[in-house]
Design a protein around this ligand. Structure first.
Ligand SMILES: [Zn+2]
Length: 325
């Protein structure tokens, strides 16, 4: 792994490499972009570059520092991830403790806060104090998907690094040419990945499972009955994970109604479920154009309510009665 393997973020690679060459590395960065876009990888590669013993334009990937960072056991790189959806005050206190200690093996310690949008008010205020008194031998990288969830006083003290999203065609291309996924499946996966290569690669590995879910959901559309409740996603204990998984099911359901509308109206747009054209043609007479538009809008509203933390079961029950009344 090296900077060069991070897809479609050349502007960031160039910016970080030139800051490194000019010896102008900031004390704090904010890596902003959607989940799975490469922010964590970029932070790790940057940490490797800063600590590499043979860096020549990029980290070498073979020196002891590069290897240890890759394996996640380098003593001067500190990772912080949310615990129960929060970056806690005790995590920030731990960070603060190490910021003011000398590095153990390197010239600079690197602190990487994943999902920094999960900083609580209390932990944000503690972090702000650290950012206000930077040390020359520390780099703090905040990784976030939503700048509005962070205190403006924090964001104003960080060098902002904005990640590009990638269009569906770009992701499809990576899946087909780099990972040898058949085009029809790559098309479906790139729709679900919503501009995130990381998600696309995760979905690629879950392909069989996703295709099975897609068939199951198609049955719901065929028989006009809601069978999503029977799916394993409903027994997931972790609430964040549960919402994420149910969102994915809703995206698949949405893809069917969206494709049915494409078939019905005959517009010149590729189908998401390209390999299921025959099924879509068979279903064409079961739904009117108005019904398809109403159903698409109902599913979009349901996704919005679920993402706004409304009760999942009640929201889906309402959707069921709205879709097939
Ligand atoms: Zn190295």
């Amino acid at each position: 792994m090296s900077f060069k393997e991070i897809v479609n973020q050349d502007h960031i690679v160039n910016f970080l490499l030139s800051s490194y060459k000019a010896d102008r590395i900031s004390g704090a960065y904010l890596f902003l972009g959607s989940d799975g876009i490469g922010r964590t990888k970029m932070a790790k590669e940057f940490a490797k570059l800063i600590n590499c013993k043979n860096a020549k334009g990029d980290c070498c990937d073979v020196c002891p520092s590069c290897k240890k960072i890759e394996e996640g056991n380098y003593v001067d790189i500190h990772w912080f991830k949310p615990i129960n959806n929060a970056i806690t005050i005790s995590q920030v206190r731990e960070l603060e403790k190490y910021v003011y200690l000398k590095p153990y093996e390197s010239d600079k310690k690197v602190f990487i806060i994943c999902d920094a949008q999960c900083l609580t008010e209390e932990s944000s205020n503690a972090l702000l104090k650290t950012l206000e008194e930077p040390t020359d031998d520390s780099v703090i990288i905040l990784i976030a998907n939503d700048i509005s969830a962070l205190l403006p006083t924090i964001t104003s003290r960080c060098q902002k690094v904005i990640f590009n999203s990638i269009d569906e065609a770009g992701i499809e291309d990576i899946l087909v040419h780099k990972h040898k996924v058949p085009l029809s499946h790559a098309h479906f996966i790139s729709y679900l990945a919503e501009g995130s290569p990381g998600k696309a690669l995760e979905f690629k590995d879950l392909r069989e499972d996703l295709l099975q879910k897609r068939s199951h959901i198609l049955n719901s559309v065929y028989f006009r009955k809601f069978s999503l409740f029977k799916m394993e996603e409903f027994s997931i204990k972790d609430n964040t994970q549960k919402r994420k998984s149910i969102n994915l099911l809703l995206d698949i359901l949405l893809s069917w109604f969206r494709d049915l509308l494409v078939v019905k109206t005959g517009v010149d747009t590729p189908l998401i479920n390209l390999d299921k054209k025959e099924d879509l043609l068979k279903l064409n007479n079961q739904y009117s154009r108005e019904e398809l538009i109403k159903n698409i809008s109902t599913i979009c509203d349901t996704k919005f309510f679920i993402n706004s933390n409304l009760n999942v079961k009640l929201t889906l029950s309402k959707m069921r009665s709205d879709l097939w009344k």
